[in-house]
Design a protein around this ligand. Structure first.
Ligand code: ATP
Ligand code: MG
Length: 310
């Protein structure tokens, strides 16, 4: 185990009581301070994996070591290091924000530390709601209260299981900002999401899980560079009937635009050619583009290629 590893998951398997195989032997290391996004379709095993790491579900076999503590043999020490915001939100409607967050801290046997709770509520933009009963808060605020509860005992690692499911775009963006600001305090963050854009936006590293197998873990930028494709798209001034023979050695394809004119020339930018060469050759073959733009495939396109579904 490397020094900066905070979670080490080895050969983790889960077969539920009804015989369903939810995890088929997952290996994963999480580094201190990273934001790791676990992506996968419904039923892939994301919640199962998180629940096992947090000690809520027992694995069939395999081990989870958190900060050096085995999460079964040394449950208490391991559990203290993690905070979890579960997929299904549940809050005590009649409690105030302050009380519910303080109470959560107490559950971990930690002595009261009002200054920490105050800073936490301020950081999550909940300070002005500290005396409010939870039932009077908006959905977005309730989620932030769940985050405050999960962080109340000063864990080193925060798990967010679908933090923004069913949340509107604006609120989602503000959640992302909150999560980033938490990371700046040194917390390691592991989140699951259906929103590929969310992983693309936030994660340092991405894991893709499908049918209980972690099929890939990769640095996000590396993933997008190696699996993604880049294209140059030329919008032509005049229609072409075919690609001129002088350009036949280039990876060019001619496509129709929405009006049916053969005006879109696409160049696969992964090939070896220098783009300025291509431009020179287009010109010498009498082709002068009206417009040029580049297209980089998104994490979503890569995900669909790997998993075959959204
Ligand atoms: N208690 C259980 N008993 C039997 N099967 C279960 C149980 N909990 C989950 N499963 C099954 O295990 C598989 C993985 O479920 P899990 O909740 O981990 O998926 P998920 O990736 O979190 O999905 P979602 O994106 O819908 O939240 C699913 O097929 C689910 O039906
Ligand atoms: Mg889930």
């Amino acid at each position: 185990m490397q020094n900066d590893t905070v979670i080490n998951i080895t050969s983790l398997k889960k077969i539920y009581d009804n015989g369903f195989k939810a995890l088929n032997g997952v290996n994963l290391e999480i580094s201190r301070g990273e934001i790791f996004a676990l992506l996968g379709p419904n039923g892939a095993g994301k919640t199962t994996l998180i629940s096992i790491v947090c000690g809520i579900v027992r694995p069939t076999s395999g081990t989870v070591v958190i900060g050096g503590y085995d999460n079964i043999q040394q449950y208490r020490q391991a559990r203290t290091l993690v905070g979890l915001v579960p997929q299904e939100l549940s809050t005590d409607a009649f409690e105030t924000v302050w009380d519910t967050v303080s109470f959560s801290r107490g559950l971990f046997g930690k002595p009261a530390k009002p200054q920490y709770i105050e800073d936490l509520l301020k950081r999550l933009s909940l300070w002005d709601k500290k005396g409010e009963q939870i039932r009077y808060l908006s959905g977005g605020m309730k989620r932030r209260v769940m985050m405050a509860k999960a962080l109340s005992h000063e864990p080193e690692i925060l798990f967010l299981d679908e933090p923004t499911a069913g949340v509107d775009v604006e609120l989602r963006k503000s959640m992302w900002a909150q999560v980033r600001s938490l990371r700046e305090t040194g917390i390691t963050i592991i989140l699951t999401t259906h929103y590929i854009e969310e992983a693309q936006e936030m994660a340092d590293r991405v894991g893709i899980i499908n049918n209980g197998d972690l099929i890939l873990t990769e640095d996000k930028n590396t993933l997008m560079r190696t699996m993604g494709k880049r294209k140059m798209i030329f919008i032509l001034r005049e229609e072409l009937t075919a690609i001129p023979t002088g350009l036949s050695s280039y990876p060019l394809t001619l496509e129709k635009d929405e009006n049916g004119g053969k005006l879109i020339l696409t160049y696969d930018a992964e090939s070896e050619n220098d783009i300025s060469d291509v431009l020179d050759n287009l010109k010498s073959n009498g082709i002068r583009p009206k417009d040029i733009y580049s297209h980089q495939s998104s994490l979503e396109e890569i995900f669909i290629k790997l998993v075959g579904t959204k």
